[in-house]
Every structure is written in C-alpha cells, then in structure tokens.
Design a protein around this ligand. Structure first.
Ligand SMILES: Cc1cc2nc3c(=O)[nH]c(=O)nc-3n(C[C@H](O)[C@H](O)[C@H](O)COP(=O)(O)OP(=O)(O)OC[C@H]3O[C@@H](n4cnc5c(N)ncnc54)[C@H](O)[C@@H]3O)c2cc1C
Length: 461
C-alpha cells in the first residue's frame, strides 16, 4: 500500500470521482457487488466506487486522482478471470473498461485490428465476419480484449495461432504515474527497443491500465472436426505429439478425461466409449485435410486410439465444440450446491502424460469430483474440482500439489489464467528470488505509489 495513503482520504477521492464523472462513477449496491470479484473461488471484496471511463484521457485522470488520495485502482474487464485478479481492495476503485468499446480501425490488408480495451472477443469476431479474417484467441468466456491481454489469455486455438503474447502488436497503457504510453507499431515484427508490449501483456493490471490494443488477425481457415477415444490418457497425449511431429496442421486439440466423457454421455449429448477422448479441428484446404485423413488415423491407431469419427456437417462440428465448451458446466450441475475450482498448469509436452496421470491418481483419493480437460497441444491442462464451500481447504491441498508437480518437471504455475491472488505463493519457487526482485523493481518504476491492483501477482519479499 502507498505509504502516504490514508483510508480516510478515500471517501474524498470517491466524492471527487462522482463530481467529475457523474453517473459514470457509481456507488450503488448492485454496481459494487457486480465488481466485487470474478468467476474464481476467491473471496469477493466490495470496492467503494465503480468508474466507467470513456477515453484514455479519462483513465489517466482517474489515476491522477488515485495518486493524490493514495486509493488503489483495480481494472475490471468482463470479470471472467479465474484467479481473483479483478477482486478490488475493499472500499477502493474498480475501473470498468466496458465503455472503452470502440473498434477503432480494421486494416484488412495488414491483417490488423485496433480496438478499445473493453471490446469483447465475440463482438470483434462478429464485426470481422465479412472480411474473411478472425481473431483466434478464444478463452471459454466472452472476455474483454484488455482483460485477455492483461492475463496473457489463450484457449483452444493456441496450438495453431499462439496466445495473446503472440497476437498483440501494440498497446496504449496508462501507468501508475498517470502517464500515457504507446507501445509497438503496425509492423508484424520488430527488433527495435525493449519489448514493452510483452511487459504489459500478462501483467494483470499491476503495471498499467490498457486502454487500446493492436491485434494480429488471421485468415479464416477451412476446418474439419473429428474425435477419437483412447485406451489410455498417455496414448491420447502421444497421438497429439505424433501428429504435431509429422507437421500436420492441428487447429485445435482438446483432451477430455474419462469421468468427463461419462458426464457427456449421461447428458445424452453424444454417445462415446467410456474412455479418454480427443476432440480435433484440422485446418487447411478441405482437399488437403481429406488427403491427410488416413495418415492422421494411422498415427492415432498406433497410439491406441479408435478410428477418427469425422463431423460431416457444420452442425456436427458445432455440436462437438459446444460440448467441449459446456461439459464442465454439466459436470457442475450434477453436484447441487457445487462451484468449480480449475487448476491451470502447463508443462513440457514430453512430461504431460505423466503429470496428468499422477494428478488423476492423486485426485482419485478424494471424494470431491474432479475432471481433467487439456489444451494438450500446448502442454496445458486444467483439473477442475466441483466442490462445496466447506471443501475449499481440501481442494487447496490438491491444487497446490498439481502446481508443485508441474514446477518439478520444468513447467509453470499458470498456463493461461494468470497469477492474480491464487498463484502468488508459487512465484518465488517458479522464477527464483533474482527474477522476482527484478519484477518488484519494474513494479516500483511503473507504479511507484503502488496504486495499480496492489496485492496481485507479486509475492511479498
Ligand atoms: C467458463 C470460462 C472459461 C474460460 N476459459 C479460458 C481459457 O480457455 N483460456 C484462458 O486463458 N482463460 C479462460 N478463462 C478465464 C478468463 O476468461 C480470462 O482470464 C480472460 O482473459 C479474462 O478477461 P476479462 O475481460 O474477463 O478480465 P477480468 O476478469 O475482468 O480481469 C482479469 C485481470 O486483468 C486485469 N484487467 C482487466 N482489464 C484490464 C485492462 N484493460 N488493463 C489492465 N488490466 C486489466 C484485471 O485487473 C484482472 O487482474 C475462462 C473463464 C471462464 C469463466
């Protein structure tokens, strides 16, 4: 916390914000409770005010007010985060980016979009529909582009198109000193200067508030979906490695473990063998994919897989990916009163099968239902617990062990959800004291008053 901040001053800051922003600075109960947290299991905390800036200059002015009164500011995108990153300090400012929602410019020939931080990813893709282009990063929620940049988000398409770090070309950011900084260019690559864009991507609102984002777009691919079941989880992971090594273009590949396959079957959404399954989407020209079908099928069979079942219509493909999107919600619905706690680790692909199997064996010792889904092409998987409120302590132990298992094989505590509140305690173990000290030094330079989302990402030293 800012050494000079006095909580008694915060009410003066809130009064000044209300005076300046009128209806765009809200203190009503519904606005405060909507901004008290995100979709994670972390405790919610009510801000004192929710401000809705309409421009980068508004954001800079809000930060100046925050500096003057020593009141923390936590950016809020869509609130779909899974590690408590958008939980504000009690009584402080939640800065909602939803009014920064203009699609500033689409440059089809450059395959670039410039958008406000509050634009939602599905709205951007709807806007791009007639251009033949799309923005591929696809977390399961309809997140804001600013939130996605700030968490370093990814999703099912990452195996082919990369994550936010690869798809953000530049940013406009307001730092903790209230300065407006522009990073990056419209060029698709650059060797010029320090890479400030990637410093802010993944910084979760602790170094700056993103107001505009320049994004890399991609041509909409021809795609064909399919699924296969596997005798073992290890076989499923080996199949993905074999297909990737053969240079075949996987657009998406998602692992669904046996307990979750059984949920899908109980739901009647599809009738699958009660075995681990992979859902695939192959990208390329239709004729190219058809030509490769038997090679891909052969590699899968070598790894103990069933013959691939191809989605022959667009409706069948849509069904497959709707199932992938919704199956965890169905699993949660099977346990009344449960909420979900998704772990999120990423490991070297050669270690993925071992880490998943050890995790599966470990969670089998608990009565709390747990399901594993994985963006296996990247080595990223989630073990999702469906727990009741009084089971949090038990799940915390399992979740800690999952992270430790990942770190032990050279992996990371978070593949895509970020650090927020939940993974702070692992930062020293993952990065080492020297790197964490360097992170603190960067934080002190860009946010010397410690007003930007304090208490997130960095562990105390
Ligand atoms: C059902 C479901 C499925 C999901 N699937 C995935 C998935 O597959 N992959 C994945 O990566 N994530 C996934 N998520 C998590 C979530 O969607 C992502 O973390 C997303 O990037 C959060 O965006 P948001 O706009 O909701 O950000 P918020 O939750 O509002 O904020 C997240 C963090 O970013 C900060 N922030 C937000 N906006 C800004 C800004 N403009 N400037 C600076 N900081 C900012 C916040 O302070 C906070 O620290 C899923 C979530 C749900 C609920």
């Amino acid at each position: 916390m800012n050494l000079h901040s006095r909580r008694s001053d915060w009410s003066l800051a809130i009064a000044e914000l209300k005076d300046r922003y009128g209806a765009d600075a809200q203190t009503g109960q519904s606005a405060l409770s909507l901004h008290a947290g995100d979709e994670s299991h972390h405790d919610r905390q009510s801000p004192g005010v929710v401000v809705y800036p309409a421009s980068t200059q508004d954001v800079a002015d809000i930060v100046q007010i925050a500096i003057r009164y020593g009141i923390p500011v936590t950016p809020f995108g869509a609130g779909s985060g899974l590690e408590g990153g958008a939980v504000p300090e009690v009584g402080a400012i939640s800065l909602d980016t939803s009014r920064l929602n203009s699609i500033i410019e689409i440059r089809p020939d450059d395959m670039i979009a410039r958008v406000g931080a509050g634009v939602r990813r599905l709205d951007l893709n709807k806007h791009l529909r007639d251009t033949g282009l799309f923005f591929p990063v696809d977390p399961g929620a309809n997140a804001s582009i600013g939130g996605m940049a700030s968490t370093g988000a990814s999703g099912t398409n990452a195996v082919r198109y990369g994550v936010m770090r690869e798809n953000v070309l530049g940013l406009t950011v307001v730092t903790g000193t209230g300065e407006i900084v522009k990073t990056g260019t419209l060029a698709r690559k650059s060797s010029s200067g320090y890479d400030l864009t990637r410093l802010f991507v993944g910084s979760e609102g602790t170094l700056g508030i993103v107001t505009e984002v320049t994004l890399r777009l991609h041509p909409l691919p021809d795609a064909k979906s399919a699924h296969a079941s596997f005798e073992t989880l290890a076989g499923a992971v080996e199949a993905v490695t074999a297909i990737k090594k053969a240079g075949l273009a996987i657009g998406r590949v998602e692992l669904i473990d046996q307990p979750l396959v059984e949920v899908i079957n109980r739901r009647g959404a599809l009738s699958l063998p009660p075995l681990p399954a992979l859902f695939f989407e192959f990208h390329g020209y239709a004729s190219e994919i058809e030509g490769l079908a038997s090679t891909i099928g052969g590699l899968i069979e070598d790894c103990g897989g069933t013959p691939l079942i191809w989605a022959e219509t667009q409706a069948a493909a849509n069904l497959l990916w709707t199932i992938r999107r919704d199956c965890l919600a169905w699993a949660k619905a099977e346990r009344p009163g449960a909420h979900s706690w998704p772990s999120d680790v990423c490991v070297p692909i050669s270690k993925l099968a071992d880490v998943i199997l050890e995790t599966r064996n470990d969670v089998a010792t608990s009565a709390i239902p747990a399901y594993i889904v994985g963006h296996v092409g990247d080595g990223n998987f989630h073990c999702v617990f469906m727990l009741r409120d009084d089971e949090e302590d038990e799940v915390a132990l399992y979740a800690d062990r999952i992270v430790r298992r990942a770190l032990a094989v050279g992996g990371t505590a978070s593949g895509e959800h970020g650090v927020g509140l939940g993974k702070r305690d692992f930062q020293l173990e993952e990065h080492g004291i020297e790197a964490v000290r360097m992170m603190h030094a960067i934080k002190a330079t860009l946010d010397p008053h410690n007003i930007l989302n304090p208490g997130k990402v960095l562990p105390d030293l």
